[in-house]
Ligand binder design. Structure first.
Ligand code: CP
Ligand code: NVA
Length: 330
């Protein structure tokens, strides 16, 4: 049976079947080939999209902008400071107005509930560019990157080290479960994903041959891991005061040469980015000054190593976001 997700919103991977997710990864690969060989693909000419950002972004914003323009669409970017959104007009009212003007809406912001509501009211497909709970467009890029490297997904072990209850970790757990992979969350008890989501993912994994494991042992997390993944220790929207506690809790789960040594011989390193692997950022420099550490979730050595595929991952954001827009708007 063919896969068709035209007209649907892309809010979280739990809403999609393994076949639909695989279709998006395949389509991303097709768009990558077209882009690299310089074949024009203005297949959505005449359509317009709007991007609503309540948090900052480099990769996601640029992927939607370049992806949208490559597909021939008009693209409008709105942050809370440049529109009525937030200050004078609710997200819901903004969505209803924009749904009358645009063919698709991207939203990056806070609670998942907001984007679910927005999608109910907009009347056009809505895409999740990151919420507190999930980051689903990142997953299509990540799974494409893993598949490009290993030639397959099912059966591989992916371990997430660190703040395993953040949006990226939650989404990786869902993606792995859907695609028959073995997901391991490696971190302290305080930073484990919510029990309900773990249970849901375990049920999904039982159908696909995957698994979900939680551990506070670095040795267990690293053992046989084909993909070693981490993300920043304090996410956008969280209080700055949390840094001290997170550094204390998560430092034992830093991805360093020792962790990579304990992983599978063929292991790759992944990170959604941005990353604090040195002090060349204002936050990185500030943390170094206050806490005396120059690298956080990953060492510069691992980040810059041959095993690191983080920039392939970043490029793949554009191809996969293009695929998501095309599949839902065509
Ligand atoms: N990975 C990611 O979403 O990056 P941005 O915050 O730059 O969009
Ligand atoms: N967990 C991070 C991901 C950034 C892409 C955050 O939400 O800030």
């Amino acid at each position: 049976m063919g896969v068709n997700i035209a007209g649907r919103s892309f809010l979280k991977l739990l809403d999609f079947t393994p076949a639909e997710i695989t279709y998006l990864i395949d389509l991303s690969e097709d768009f990558k080939r077209l882009k690299r060989s310089g074949v024009p693909h203005r297949w959505l000419e005449g359509k317009n999209i709007v991007l609503l950002f309540e948090k900052t972004s480099t990769r996601t914003r640029c992927s939607f902008e370049v992806g949208g323009m490559d597909l021939g669409m008009g693209v409008t970017y709105l942050d809370p400071g440049s529109s009525q959104m937030g200050k004078k007009e609710s997200i819901e009212d903004t969505a209803r107005v924009l749904g009358r003007m645009y063919d698709g809406i991207e939203y990056r912001g806070f609670d998942q509930q907001i984007i679910e509501e927005l999608a109910r009211m907009a009347g056009v497909p809505v895409w999740n560019g990151l919420t507190t709970e999930f980051h689903p467009t990142q997953m299509i890029a990540d799974m494409l990157t893993v598949r490009e490297h290993f030639g397959r997904l099912a059966g591989l072990k992916l371990t997430f080290f660190g703040d395993a209850r953040n949006n990226v970790a939650n989404s990786l757990m869902v993606a792995c479960a859907k695609l028959g992979m073995h997901f391991c969350a490696c971190g302290p008890q305080e930073n484990m994903p919510e029990e309900k989501l773990v249970e849901t993912c375990r049920q999904v994994a039982a159908q696909t041959g995957g698994s979900v494991t939680l551990t506070d042992s670095v040795a267990e997390g690293a053992a046989n891991a084909n993909v070693v993944y981490t993300d920043i220790w304090v996410s956008m929207g969280e209080a700055e005061e949390l840094w001290e506690e997170r550094i204390r809790l998560l430092s034992p789960y830093q991805v360093n040469a020792d962790v990579m040594e304990q992983a599978s011989d063929d292991a790759i390193f992944m990170h959604c980015l941005p990353s604090f692997h040195d002090t060349k950022t204002t936050i990185g420099a500030d943390i170094a000054e206050h806490f005396g550490i120059e690298e956080m979730e990953v060492t510069d050595e691992v980040f810059e190593s041959a095993r690191s595929v983080v920039f392939d991952e970043a490029e793949n954001r554009m191809h996969s976001i293009k695929a998501i827009m095309y599949a839902t708007l065509k």
